[in-house]
Design a protein around this ligand. Sequence first.
Ligand SMILES: Cc1cc2nc3c(=O)[nH]c(=O)nc-3n(C[C@H](O)[C@H](O)[C@H](O)COP(=O)(O)OP(=O)(O)OC[C@H]3O[C@@H](n4cnc5c(N)ncnc54)[C@H](O)[C@@H]3O)c2cc1C
Length: 412
Amino acid sequence: MKYDVVIAGGGLAGLMSGIALAREGRSVAIISFGDSALHFSSGSLEMWNDAEGALNSVAANHPYAIVGTQHLDRYSRITKDIFASAGEQLKGEYGCNHLRISPVGVLKPAWLTFDDYFVFDPKMTDGGGVVVVGIDGYLDFYPDFIADGLRRKGVECDVASVSLPELERLRESATEMRSVGISRLLKGDAVERLAHQMAPLVHGAQMVIMPAVFGLGDVDGRQRIERVVGCPVRVAPTASISVAGVRAQKKLVEEFRGLGGTYILGDKVVSCRIEDGRVVGVRSHNHGDVEFVAKDFILAMGSFFSRGLVATPEEIYEPTFGAAVVCAEKREAWCAERILEAQPFQRYGVRVDGNLRVEIDGSVVENLYAVGSIVAGADAVKEGCGAGVVVATALMAAEQILGKELDVKEMN
Ligand SMILES: Cc1cc2nc3c(=O)[nH]c(=O)nc-3n(C[C@H](O)[C@H](O)[C@H](O)COP(=O)(O)OP(=O)(O)OC[C@H]3O[C@@H](n4cnc5c(N)ncnc54)[C@H](O)[C@@H]3O)c2cc1C
């Protein structure tokens, strides 16, 4: 099978590179094994905890320094545009973080957030209360913590709870009473009944906050509740699977396929063939001897979470291409003693050159680029730069392959 570009890994990184390349008419195949980190998304894409200022002094080996911080504003706008084309609006701008709320009520800086999610607005302290509405028996959403977090910011806040017979039935099985199960039931008449139950409980509120469980049943469930209760309804993240993340992953895959891309789910890249310093083809588990041949290849297999990187008691390595990894040799140096300290392993990943190209057996491979959370140098937890690094490296690799800058569509 022949393509212009083959991408190993179809999470946010693989999809952003794939869509950018497919938009420019390249034939692209993405081979992806399983769920991605998007399935656990907070609802926000984080770029940097301290917004623009501190970004100017990132370490020389940080992915942002390799990409060039002068490109991040442009990449932000391309990211919003790609998401919007896929049917997911993101709010926020490069360089001016807003505050999102965590499942336990902590307000945290974020750069781009799904449009239906709650973000803090200082004007909320001026008038009208906020009501956080939970669902009876649903244990992955904590209305009291969220209300406490908002009260600490000076927002008047109450909590309420709703239930429906169909949701009650989910409670019979603990594994069903999860965000995805609830989301699938929130359709048709059930949404109407939920809205009418909520209306007296939230009367006079300036805003209602609900768990992020909309999008897999009726796509307009949240808006229909809004119309009945008469004020904006926003969602806050839940502690388990992220419905918005699942929804976004699905829409980005559809967008990629709509552009002519081939997305192969449930298959795993297992090896590559290198000739004269270039990858010629890769093989996958399901396709056996059939090789995926391309001019360029992208390694987007995620970090430890997705097994793009593997740690054993002896070593940390990249299992598919055998790419060189940046990490401390001695195991004792991988982790800091105190759990809340910066953990060295967070920065471990595949070594890349100034063009994001990967090193194998001591030599840089001319046509193999690494993108996303597998790239070494960033601490997504301490720096709050998870998705920022992912989209910046993904779009830069696409530009390297295209040999030109990607266009930015001006959006309203
Ligand atoms: C649980 C979790 C939650 C996060 N939440 C946020 C958040 O809310 N906001 C934020 O900004 N950042 C967050 N991050 C940071 C996160 O790393 C990025 O936001 C981003 O989604 C990672 O994208 P990725 O494509 O690099 O990797 P992944 O999403 O991990 O995708 C890699 C994909 O490659 C596949 N794969 C692996 N090996 C192979 C192979 N050999 N062949 C084929 N496919 C393979 C995997 O199955 C997976 O689907 C989170 C990270 C984690 C782990």
